[in-house]
Design a protein around this ligand. Structure first.
Ligand code: HAS
Length: 567
């Protein structure tokens, strides 16, 4: 069965740009994943040093977070966005604007990477004060974000041209999804831009002596939570528009897809304080309000779970599946021709656990037990390193193979990789969940403290959890290596047909026409209102708070200088 209805010969410039936007961050990802492996080795006590091969523990952790969670995701979302817009709207894009966006993103990434590699931006991916980076890091982040905004603005003319040509018709679901992604991104990155431009750059340049820490942290999390839905939405585009067809059937409900995308526009941002439940300077009323909104932002993912299960059931029954549960056996789990199914399905299985633990975190009182413990990385590896990572790398491989006209290499390795990754991530996260619930901290060089029998901090009772974490992390690294072998062998393999843009398109089973999900306007107005309700008072509280500003510190030691001098 042919999965793709049509192939489009796209402009050479656009094709090249999409390919570079996939390949460049993929090369950086090798570095990012290597530092993931280093993390589990430090944490298990196998490395008992502050650095390994010349890169410090926190420097490696910064690279791991920035490359994997910020750079790779932003480049992929832009490249995928170009593919979706060009494919579904059928209009060429303004290539001058596209190259401008590309240039900004590349220069920004290189600046930030150089700052981190030279040890001048060891601030982790959250970069909140008092950790301070070289201005090049902040400027690099701003340029990367600006470049991605330019890409989005470049998609508006073909969108409005399409609307004029097809008045009253439904905008293709994938386009709604990618627009929702970048609207969420605009909402998210605006407070981050304010934080970086008005607080962090002047402080990093030495123009001001200190910075308002509670305000900077609040602006960061104003960015930080919609950020996670910016990561999730492109994966949801693949889940709604490709997984049903890959399963052999149709999307159960087109309405459910539109509702999910628009609901995330509405609720992804007014929830950021759930990252700050334990922080002073914010009243418990606003913490509760954000906890309440967080429960609402989980609803579209429940809708997604049921819609995708129904779509897969329909596909499996079309393929001869029978019985209440028997149809599960008819899905193409290891079908080498529908290999993308394995990436998407494995991600869904992981997300069941990432979702449940998210709801646990969001429960105001339960969060007090797990906050800042290793439970947190367990949760977010089951989300961003689960459905998001697998969908992104799967689609990267898919687009590279189609655009270059090359055959996928090492097909068996390719179809099994997502399951090995799943095995690794489940073992890794189980270890981190168990350790976290018992108090094991996150972001800690345990090799020099809790995992070192010579240290007075040694914690023997976390040994079992650390062992699981390191076994799982090593399996994940092996799976990632398998992927890189497939990806680069395919990329450098021989072309066997002309390259073209191809996507997998699922037909809807129920093609409802519900006016409220056919326009962005009420959702945008609602999102603006909710942002004012959720943030006006807490931001005022942090501006008025009389906490001391960020103390001066040396990049070589996280302890503030005045504490060091008192020693
Ligand atoms: Fe989260 C912290 C709450 C989703 C990422 N989250 C983080 C951090 C990251 C992150 C990176 O309320 C750490 C930030 C840091 O560095 O400090 N999160 C939630 C909630 C959700 C959620 C309620 N998170 C995500 C997603 C992420 C992500 C998505 C990345 C992409 N998270 C929190 C909270 C914190 C937090 C607190 C802060 C805690 C603290 O103390 O700091 C929800 O959106 C989750 C909803 C999801 C579901 C699952 C639906 C299941 C599906 C699969 C269906 C499967 C099928 C197949 C059909 C309800 C769709 C089944 C087949 C089988 C055979 C099983």
């Amino acid at each position: 069965m042919e999965l793709s209805e049509r192939k489009i010969d796209i402009e050479l410039g656009l094709k090249r740009m999409i390919l570079i936007e996939i390949i460049f961050p993929m090369v950086l990802l090798i570095l990012g994943i290597y530092h993931g492996l280093m993390q589990v080795l430090y944490r298990a006590g196998m490395i008992r040093n502050s650095q390994f091969l010349g890169l410090g523990y926190f420097q490696g952790l910064t690279l791991h977070g920035v490359v994997n969670a910020i750079v790779f995701t932003t480049f992929f979302a832009v490249a995928f966005g170009y593919a979706i817009i060009r494919y579904y709207l059928g209009r060429p894009l303004n290539m001058k604007v596209a190259w401008l966006s590309f240039g900004l993103m590349i220069v920004g990434t290189l600046l930030a990477a150089l700052a981190i590699l030279s040890g001048k931006a060891t601030v982790l991916y959250t970069f909140y004060p008092p950790l301070r980076a070289h201005p090049a890091f902040y400027i690099g982040v701003v340029l990367l974000v600006l470049g991605s905004w330019v890409a989005f603005f470049n998609w508006l003319p073909p969108y409005f041209a399409w609307k004029r040509e097809y008045p009253g018709e439904k905008v293709p679901l994938a386009v709604v999804g990618i627009f929702a992604t970048f609207i969420v991104w605009l909402i998210a990155t605006t407070p981050a831009a304010i934080e970086i431009i008005f607080l962090l750059i002047p402080w990093s340049m030495g123009w001001v002596a200190t910075v308002n820490v509670p305000l900077a942290r609040m602006l960061f999390w104003f960015f930080g939570h919609p950020l996670v839905y910016f990561w999730l939405l492109p994966a949801y585009v693949m889940y709604y528009t490709m997984l049903p067809k890959l399963s052999g059937g149709k999307l159960y409900s087109d309405f459910a897809g539109r509702l999910t995308f628009l609901w995330l526009v509405l609720y992804s941002a007014p929830v950021g304080i759930h990252h700050q439940f334990t922080e002073p300077g914010i009243s418990s009323t606003w913490k509760f309000v954000h906890a309440f909104f967080t429960m609402l932002v989980a609803i579209p993912s429940f809708v997604t779970a049921f819609t995708l299960a129904a779509s897969m059931e329909y596909g499996a029954r079309e393929r001869g599946g029978r019985g209440l549960m028997g149809w599960w056996t008819k899905l193409p789990y290891i079908d080498k021709d529908r290999w993308l199914f394995s990436y998407l399905f494995a991600g869904l299985v992981i997300f069941v656990f990432g979702g449940v633990t998210g709801v646990i975190n969001a429960s105001y009182n339960l969060d007090n037990v797990v906050h800042n413990t290793s439970w947190l990385p367990a949760h977010f590896h089951q989300t961003i390193a689960g459905p998001v990572f697998l969908a992104y790398i799967g689609m990267s491989l898919f687009l590279v193979a189609k655009l270059t006209g090359k055959e996928i290499k090492f097909k068996a390795l390719n179809v099994w990789m997502p399951y090995i990754w799943t095995l690794g991530i489940m073992i890794f996260s189980t270890g981190l969940f168990i350790g976290g619930a018992a108090g094991e901290p996150r972001r800690t060089n345990m090799g020099m403290s809790y995992a070192d029998p010579q240290s007075h901090l040694y914690h023997a009772d976390w040994g079992y959890a650390k062992m699981l974490g390191s076994i799982g992390g090593t399996i994940m690294a092996i799976a990632a290596l398998m992927f890189f072998v497939v990806f680069f062998a395919t990329l450098f393999g021989k072309r066997n047909k002309p390259g073209a843009l191809e996507l997998i398109v699922s037909e809807p089973y129920y093609n409802e026409r519900v006016p409220v999900v056919q326009t962005f306007t009420p959702w945008l107005v609602g999102a603006a209102l909710l942002l004012v309700i959720a943030y006006a008072a807490p931001i005022t509280q942090t501006i008025r708070s009389n906490f001391p500003g960020a103390p001066p510190y040396s990049p070589d030691n996280p302890a503030p200088l005045h504490l060091m001098q008192n020693k």
